[in-house]
Ligand binder design. Structure first.
Ligand code: NDP
Ligand code: HEM
Length: 484
């Protein structure tokens, strides 16, 4: 069925889309051929900068349903009534690979979730792991440089990766997780998501609670071995993206059970681990996960570039009742994402259909800029004004927290049981013997590639400090592979 004539961008009919206009048969091409010039020029501009991390991803819309009353902890309206449903958009991603890279690789997976709430969009920009490699934003660019291609060789280098991790012992927990079975999920549907950071919830009475989010897959955890992933990445680089789209197309909607761990604010200072240290979990026995809802993905984007590539998520997008914690990584992220969006998509990125609020409207005094959508029509663009313009609420989204001390470059405080290894050891010890064997194989295979013994030894030493057996077996495996 024809959709009518092909047109130029200005809507005029195109007479010939096969032959450029020339000066006579066989002559040079004419500048008056607008159709040709416009087509070539548009093509040159079809790419925007890819995300500096998490470039490779797949997204889907869904529904969050609240299954438990949580108003004792937060006044967020979308969390106010059992049975309440909120539209969402979730973008999964790998971290290190560029836009065209394969899905089946060992890497954390991004789990970036936008809730289109009636009080504005709330973004929870998490991963499929509960922890992270570092605990201060100032180390993030260095860390990512070691994951990306080396400026001289143009490849990811084992030397760079292990040099950084060996010299950053706080990475030991996340690295143990990454090289375990869950480091390569079988599909995006068969893995958990985590908010990872600690966030603030506050209730109507102004009481503060610290919260961690968990999204437990209802499909069950399924992973790929390194060998399976190597094969799949070669044969079907788009495996995860396709699997998600096809599952939704056939009505097999993936879902996650949503849980939170809640810590009353008064317990934070004396908790055995620093609750704002992103390299640590809160053991379940200390703060048992509480089920509060269900997230289902049920609609594919119609256009991947418009919706998934141009989607923006920011940890700074909060709604009343939810706010940041003093986690130093989170604090850095509060700046980084908005800045990336302004560079990558533009100053009006949040006007795009996927990014704008769906259950309310944005009412600001900002105007103009590239691709401004004219949403404010003739409304005044200053405040205060006498023409019924939007007014401030005098009610901050989150509660203030008190601080003392002197400004300076302080390390995050260590609580009674904090060190960089204890929880990596706990993770190692909960693995079955088969899982331990695969973990050690995966780590040894990569560490064995480094060019210098001191880099290998420093890396192994971190795992030795997590657990003596772990270190001993890893050292033997690396030595065997390096022929020592
Ligand atoms: P628990 O026994 O109460 O919980 C263990 C957790 O480990 C569960 O969430 C489980 O997830 C998860 N897990 C099981 N196997 C693996 C694996 N191969 N790779 C990664 N995670 C796995 O113990 P704790 O709460 O004391 O935690 C012990 C260790 O478990 C931590 O040091 C941390 O590394 C890891 N962990 C802890 C989480 C937490 O929030 N406390 C969350 C995820 C991991 P599932 O229930 O889906 O099987
Ligand atoms: C994407 C910075 C840590 C999860 C990004 C982007 C930047 C960035 C600049 C690209 C954003 C864009 O172009 O739209 C940082 C910095 C960090 C950090 C500076 C540390 C200080 C983390 C952590 C997590 C995380 C700890 C998870 C817990 C993600 C996800 C995306 C992303 C999921 C992809 C979002 C999407 O799908 O659009 N990060 N990041 N990042 N980051 Fe981080």
């Amino acid at each position: 069925m024809t959709q009518g004539p092909l047109t130029t961008e200005a809507g005029a009919p195109v007479a010939d889309n096969q032959n450029s206009q020339t000066a006579g048969v066989g002559g040079p091409v004419l500048v008056q051929d607008q159709s040709l010039l416009e087509k070539l020029a548009h093509f040159n501009r079809e790419r925007i900068p890819e995300r500096i991390v998490h470039a490779r991803g797949a997204g889907a819309y869904g529904t969050f349903t609240l299954t438990r009353d949580v108003s004792q902890w937060t006044r967020a309206k979308f969390l106010s009534e059992v049975g309440k449903q909120t539209e969402t958009f979730l973008r999964f991603s790998t971290v290190a690979g560029s836009l065209g890279s394969a899905d089946a690789v060992r890497d954390p997976r991004g789990f970036a979730l936008k809730f289109y709430t009636e009080e504005g969009n709330y973004d929870l920009v998490g991963n499929n792991t509960p922890v992270f490699f570092i605990k201060d934003a100032i180390k993030f660019p260095d860390f990512i440089h070691t994951q990306k291609r080396d400026p001289y060789t143009g490849s990811q280098e084992a030397d760079n990766v292990w040099d950084f991790w060996g010299l950053s012992p706080e990475s030991t927990h996340q690295v143990t997780w990454l090289f375990g079975d869950r480091g390569i999920p079988a599909t995006l549907r068969h893995m958990n998501g985590y908010g990872s950071h600690t966030y603030q919830w506050n209730n109507e009475a102004g009481e503060v609670f610290w919260v961690k989010y968990h999204f437990k897959t209802d499909q069950g955890i399924k992973n790929l071995t390194q060998a399976e992933a190597n094969k799949l990445a070669g044969e079907d680089p788009d495996s995860h993206q396709r699997d998600l789209r096809e599952a939704i197309e056939r009505g097999d909607f993936p879902s996650w059970t949503v849980q939170v761990q809640i810590m009353p604010a008064s317990e934070a200072a004396t908790y055995r681990f620093n609750p704002f240290d992103l390299t640590k979990v809160w053991p379940h026995e200390d703060y048992p996960p509480i089920e509060i809802g269900r997230l289902e993905l049920n609609r594919n984007p119609e256009n991947i570039f418009a919706e998934t590539e141009q989607s923006i998520f920011s940890p700074a997008h909060f709604v009343p009742g939810i706010g940041p914690s003093p986690d130093k990584m989170l604090q850095g992220r509060l700046f980084a994402y908005g800045d990336a969006h302004r560079y990558r998509v533009g100053i009006n990125a949040d006007h795009l259909p996927v990014n704008r609020p769906h259950a309310t409207e944005a009412r600001t005094n900002s105007r103009d800029g590239h691709l401004y959508d004219g949403r404010h029509k003739g409304a005044k663009n200053y405040e205060p004004n006498s023409f019924g313009g939007p007014v401030q609420t005098d009610h901050p989204l989150w509660e203030s927290t008190s601080v003392t001390g002197e400004t300076g470059t302080h390390e995050a405080p260590r609580h009674a049981e904090d060190n960089d290894f204890v929880q990596a050891g706990n993770l190692y010890r909960l693995l079955s013997e088969d899982e331990k064997v695969r973990l050690i194989d995966n780590l040894a295979g990569f560490i064995a590639k480094v060019s210098r013994d001191d880099i290998a030894e420093r890396a192994i030493s971190n795992f030795r400090q997590a657990d003596g057996d772990f270190g001993k077996r890893l050292e033997a495996a690396v030595q065997a592979l390096r022929g020592q």
